[in-house]
Design a protein around this ligand. Structure first.
Ligand code: SF4
Length: 289
């Protein structure tokens, strides 16, 4: 006990929250919809995780949101459609089951769905740059009868037919380099190529801002969900520009020995890390001093 007190006494670090961190517009809108619906007494379920942050999800579950795997399990509740969107069949099934859908699909994702649907109707080959198992990509496939070819950094699992009119589109969170690589590759071989840049400006802007924040601070504590691809991507950016960066899910993972090495640390997070969680980490660090 006395050793612990001596150790704590040595901590002088100042912790600063990244003022530009916090939810993106799409997540803010979705959480607002959930809170308002629950406040108004609506019984609400969600298929899958609304956002990839366990602590924020726990907070919403405590408010009354119920997780389900399928619309048939909602038990008479309305169902929330996540920011990633859903395939059109999902809405048809919910309608048949008499379930109200509260649609929190991000407007940027909705735009991609419309563009894909239109291209599919006119018989274009559709190529999506993204991760084959990402919920947004799975939902996009549902707007073109699962006919899209999904490609990533490693290449394409299916051959691309360069003789066909083609739409090239991206998962909103894909890294710019991968999308650019596919643009260049297809421009050389496909005559009739439509490129729709569906990448989210919030994600690209956030990468730049975070890079600047990480350089400005002697060390960075990045707070996010370990299974969130956006969190992992942003954390890697921090590491790249500032090797004194660590990843934690919450304040319980703070390492006192590590903190003692610095006089100032920046605390930041991903598009799915709530601001209240960053503040909690800063409060915990202040309480050590
Ligand atoms: S990251 Fe961009 S596309 Fe994704 S939910 Fe947020 S605002 Fe929408």
């Amino acid at each position: 006990m006395s050793r612990k007190i001596r150790e704590l006494d040595k901590i002088t670090v100042e912790a600063v929250v990244d003022p530009l961190a916090g939810f993106c517009g799409g997540v803010n809108r979705a959480i607002d919809l959930v809170e308002k619906a629950l406040e108004n007494g609506e019984r609400l379920a969600v298929k899958g995780e609304l956002i990839h942050n366990r602590l924020e999800m726990d907070r919403l579950y405590r408010l009354g949101l119920v997780p389900v795997d399928d619309p048939s399990e909602t038990g008479g509740r309305s169902v929330l459609v996540r920011t990633h969107g859903e395939e059109s069949d999902f809405f048809k099934r919910a309608d048949e089951l008499g379930i109200r859908c509260l649609d929190a699909t991000c407007p940027k994702v909705m735009k991609s769905q419309k563009v894909i649907c239109r291209a599919h109707e006119v018989g274009k080959q559709i190529i999506i740059v993204g991760h084959i198992n990402h919920p947004e990509v799975i939902a996009l496939q549902g707007h073109c009868d699962s006919k899209a070819i999904v490609v990533d950094d490693a290449g394409s699992e299916e051959p691309v037919d360069s003789s066909l009119p083609t739409l090239l589109i991206a998962q909103t969170t894909v890294v710019p380099e991968t999308f650019l690589k596919w643009q260049q590759k297809l421009k050389d071989v496909v005559d009739d190529l439509e490129i729709f840049d569906s990448r989210c400006s919030f994600v690209t802007r956030r990468q730049k801002e975070l890079r600047e924040f990480a350089v400005e601070h002697p060390a960075v504590i990045f707070v996010g969900g370990r299974h969130s691809s956006n969190s992992n991507l942003l954390y890697n950016i921090c590491r790249e520009v500032n090797p004194n960066s660590i990843f934690i899910e919450d304040e319980s993972e703070l390492d006192l020995e590590w903190l003692k090495k610095f006089d100032r640390v920046g605390v930041s997070g991903s598009a799915s890390t709530p601001m209240w969680l960053l503040e909690k980490v800063v409060e915990a660090i202040r309480s050590f001093r």
